[in-house]
Design a protein around this ligand. Structure first.
Ligand code: AP5
Length: 220
């Protein structure tokens, strides 16, 4: 299975991409996670992208495409992958097609999660992530069993730097500027599957499971 997840910040791309990847036994490849890991380890890539993440702006296409091409070229992606947060521009969508075509692969579906802006702000302001293993929680919708501590590894839960309200507003505006050409790109190719994301995560997952396969019906 080769699937990309599209949608605004906080739409649940990471939540759903992780579930689908686990179910299918393929890697979950999230550009945001790759960039944050690079920043945390102060690599050359991390130094190049830090200011973009901090401001909620997109990392330049050529940097992002190179990171994704390298990741998809690794052995564990041969059986498939679930891409989360990429592509975000039409240039990235075209580049992804070239990368896949070089590897002799096709994309099965582009799943777009739709969530209204008000819900995005609610979700991101309540999101907490584990500082050790990266697991995701929400103070209201998905609280940990012990406040402030990760259920999986006991690590401390923190708020992402770019989940501050003013940065969330920038990220949403950037998404609204770039999203339509990417959605149109996949709509034209018959790969777009639109899923309502403003309902419980398990319901969204069930809808995604029925839509993400190669032979699933396209949305009108
Ligand atoms: P990235 O990490 O990709 O951030 P994002 O797209 O803004 O998405 P988020 O991770 O914030 O949200 P999500 O949709 O994954 O939602 P989640 O499942 O966590 O990118 C960060 C930055 O990296 C960008 O700003 C940019 O600088 C750079 N970047 C990344 N990719 C790039 C690219 N391709 N090109 C250029 N730059 C790039 O859920 C959110 C919260 O809601 C969680 O707390 C969760 O528990 C909760 N939740 C999830 N689903 C539900 C539900 N159904 N009901 C209730 N709560 C829910």
């Amino acid at each position: 299975m080769r699937v990309v997840f599209l949608g605004p910040p906080g739409a649940g791309k990471g939540t759903q991409a992780r579930l689908l990847a686990e179910r299918e036994g393929v890697p979950h490849v999230a550009t945001g996670d790759l960039f944050r890991a690079a920043v945390a380890s102060a690599t050359e890539l991390g130094r190049r992208v830090a200011e973009f993440l901090q401001a909620g702006r997109l990392v330049p296409d050529e940097v992002t495409v190179a990171v994704v091409a390298e990741r998809l070229g690794r052995d564990d992606c041969r059986r498939g992958f679930v891409l989360d947060g990429f592509p975000r521009t039409e240039t990235q969508a075209e580049a992804l097609d070239r990368v896949l075509s070089d590897l002799g692969w096709d994309l099965d579906a582009a799943v777009a999660l739709e969530v209204p802006d008000g819900e995005v702000v609610r979700r991101l302001s309540g999101r907490r992530v584990c500082s050790v293993c990266g697991a995701n929680y929400h103070v209201e919708f998905l609280p940990p069993s012990r406040p402030g501590l990760c259920d999986a590894c006991g690590g401390t839960l923190v708020q992402r730097d770019d989940d501050r309200e003013e940065t969330v507003r920038v990220r949403l505006a950037v998404y609204r500027e770039q999203a339509e050409p990417v959605l149109a790109y996949y709509r034209r190719r018959g790969l777009l599957r639109v899923v309502a994301g403003d309902r419980p995560a398990a319901e969204v997952a069930a809808a995604v499971a029925g839509l993400a396969g190669r032979h699933a019906p396209a949305n009108p």
